[in-house]
Ligand binder design. Structure first.
Ligand SMILES: [Ca+2]
Length: 153
């Protein structure tokens, strides 16, 4: 509705191009490489958890969190419902950085109360390392009864 407002970068007026007092100061290109110090970080890869063999829990919700290796920080989460074939795919976008260790904690909400409680719900933990080039990771997991207490979820 007000095209002019968006056309002017907020800092455009900070350095009048005709100031001319020190032509070699080069303020014009100062902002041309704002990302120089952040180039390494980029955007993280996706963590994709493919669950199979969950036939006994068809229709139940699975909750997933990708955390720091200590569990102190949660970087992202996802949830999904187990389908009739006993499968579900959960994706947490843009969380994995190359060489960094994470834990992926997830549980089936067996008692359907939308909260985690061990041992009423079934839960597991995956150790995850960010792949090369901040790439995506497909993690395939088949149901087993070796449950892990992931409290606090
Ligand atoms: Ca529960």
């Amino acid at each position: 509705m007000e095209p002019d407002a968006d056309m002017e970068p907020p800092d455009a007026g900070m350095e009048p191009p005709d100031a001319g007092m020190e032509p070699d100061a080069g303020p014009a290109d100062a902002g041309s490489k704002p990302d120089a110090g952040k180039a390494d970080a980029g955007v993280g890869g996706n963590y994709v958890l493919n669950l199979s063999g969950f036939n006994a829990f068809a229709g139940d919700m699975v909750h997933l969190k990708v955390k720091s290796s200590t569990g102190a920080t949660t970087y992202g989460q996802a949830q999904g419902r187990v389908n009739a074939a006993g499968n579900v795919r959960l994706t947490v976008n843009a969380v994995l950085f190359t060489g960094v260790s994470y834990r992926a904690d997830f549980y089936v909400d067996v008692n359907n109360d939308n909260a985690y409680s061990f041992t009423q719900d079934h839960s597991w933990r995956r150790a995850v390392t960010g792949p090369a080039s901040n790439g995506n990771l497909n993690d395939n997991f088949t149901f087993n009864t070796t449950y892990t207490d992931i409290t606090p979820f």
